[in-house]
Design a protein around this ligand. Structure first.
Ligand code: ATP
Ligand code: MN
Ligand code: MN
Length: 303
């Protein structure tokens, strides 16, 4: 390779002026992932991740001493000394006028890293259109003793039902125990309409296969079955962002997949801070290529 071609093929990673203090601070001890390592991870995934986290209200899981530390804050509002690259925005429906959190660019995500945010949980709507969700997230939560193959089958069950309604379906690992099936929407239906549709989907799954699925959150009933968690879809509810890390052992991330990548060879926490850059650089395209272009309005009708 000549120097010329090397220059043109090397991918430009985004750079940030946000200062990282204590870049060697360890966030995931077993994997040796540091603050600087996490910032480098987000630089690698940013070109794919940005549309799912920019200009959306965010809930943040902050662990200042890393995943084994005692401090763990689930934060929807600003904290004392918050980095100025994390923005605040008034929720137009909040009567007390309490501001929510938002980032608008790569500096924002680096500010989250600097602040020990180890999980990023956005709303399924943007701050351009607070009352009209632009996605549905169906969260598959397997109880104990559920085989991975059955979780995959459940994702396909949702895909089929969504496609029968004229909607698209994309899948990601949660980075934890399950899968998320995500549908892009043209912002049109309200939160109430979208949540009712998500509940209808979950109910339809569980009434067709009561031995496999349930649509109620009761933990005790979950053993051997998959809870089709539709509750990510109300106003103010969140789901972990595509490419967000998880504050759990293993430094896994929530990874968007093409459907043909959803096989027995991978598990819900297969993709990590460590193996993701190699994966993405080897891909022919964004695994969720065309996500927003595939958006359709959710028609409210009796189902
Ligand atoms: P898994 O595959 O393990 O189920 P998950 O991301 O689907 O991973 P959880 O981490 O259990 O599920 O979180 C469920 C949802 O609840 C998340 O999508 C998140 O937005 C929200 N959540 C997480 N932690 C809190 C918290 N401390 N307070 C309120 N909501 C939370
Ligand atoms: Mn889940
Ligand atoms: Mn859940």
């Amino acid at each position: 390779v000549t120097r010329e071609t090397a220059k043109t093929t090397a991918r430009e990673l985004p750079k940030s002026a946000v200062a990282l203090t204590h870049p060697d601070r360890i966030y995931w001890p077993d994997e040796g992932v540091t603050k600087e390592g996490l910032a480098n991870y987000y630089a690698e995934v940013w070109r794919f991740m940005a549309p799912y986290v920019v200009n959306r209200p965010l809930a943040l899981l902050r662990l200042p001493d890393g995943i084994n530390g005692r401090q763990r804050f689930f934060q929807k509002h600003a904290w004392k000394g918050m980095n100025p690259h994390i923005g605040e925005i008034i929720d137009p429906k909040d009567k007390r006028g309490e501001k929510l959190l938002r980032i608008t660019d790569f500096d924002g995500v680096v500010a989250l890293v600097q602040s020990a945010v180890l999980e990023i949980h956005p709303w399924g709507a943007t701050t351009d259109n607070w009352e009209k969700p632009d996605m549905i997230t169906m969260d598959l939560d397997p109880g104990e003793d559920v085989a991975w193959e059955n979780v995959i089958a459940a994702a396909y069950g949702l895909k089929e039902r969504l496609e029968a309604e004229g909607l698209a379906a994309f899948v990601k690992t949660s980075g934890g125990k399950g899968l998320h099936v995500v549908t892009p929407l043209t912002p049109k239906a309200s939160w109430v309409g979208v949540k009712a549709f998500a509940k209808w989907l979950a109910d339809s799954m569980s009434s067709d296969h009561p031995d496999l699925y349930l649509a109620t959150a009761t933990k005790a009933k979950r053993r051997g079955r998959i809870f089709i968690d539709y509750l990510r879809n109300g106003r103010g509810n969140t789901a972990v962002a595509p490419y967000s890390t998880r504050a759990r052992p293993g430094a896994a991330v929530s990874m968007p997949l093409e459907w043909n990548e959803l096989t027995a060879d991978i598990g819900p926490a297969y993709f990590t801070v460590d193996n993701t850059p190699t994966r993405l650089n080897a891909l022919p395209r964004d695994p969720w290529d065309g996500f927003f272009a595939a958006a359709k309005p959710l028609e409210t009708k009796k189902r």
